[in-house]
Design a binder for this molecule. Structure first.
Ligand code: GDP
Length: 144
């Protein structure tokens, strides 16, 4: 299995409640490496473009309002099987269905304010990373 990259957001509820350290501890504890990271307060256009695939869903407007409600931590993660591994430790979208010990089971407030985002496949990971980071800002195994 080759090294893979995925894209992570600690959402406004996580940053607001001072959970950055605890979430990153779970990420690093799972063997994933943070290879780029910065705080950002998303503009409406950035959030709408990022969630473009959800444009037709009934909660799209609420989701964009929520994601622009405060600062977020944007990160690129790298590791073996990173996309699936991160989805595993995030837990299900609805925290009520998230497995014990997962980030969402422990920290999420609701199906919307569910603390973290992680890419769901290689194509979305590539798109999401490029939406927020330049290649020169990512310090992966290829540069270390
Ligand atoms: P994810 O891949 O687990 O993040 O889930 P989805 O891709 O299905 O949804 C994207 C994000 O939209 C979720 O992480 C939630 O923040 C939000 N979301 C999903 N379902 C709902 C819903 O039924 N209502 C609301 N308000 N937000 C939702």
């Amino acid at each position: 299995m080759a090294l893979e990259r995925t894209f992570s957001i600690i959402k406004p509820d996580g940053v607001r409640r001072n959970l950055i350290g605890q979430v990153l501890a779970k990420i690093e504890g799972a063997g994933l490496k943070v290879t780029a990271s910065r705080l950002a307060w998303l503009t409406r256009a950035e959030a709408e473009g990022f969630y473009g695939v959800h444009r037709e869903r009934p909660f799209f407007n609420d989701l964009v309002n929520y994601m622009t409600s405060g600062p977020v931590l944007l990160s690129v993660l790298e590791g073996e099987n990173a996309i699936a591994r991160y989805r595993e430790i995030m837990g299900a979208t609805n925290p009520k269905n998230a497995a014990p010990g997962t980030i969402r089971a422990e920290f999420a407030e609701s199906i919307e304010a569910n603390t973290v985002h992680g890419s769901d496949g290689p194509d979305t990971a590539a798109f999401e990373i490029s939406w927020f980071f330049r290649q020169t800002e990512i310090f992966g195994a290829d540069k270390r």
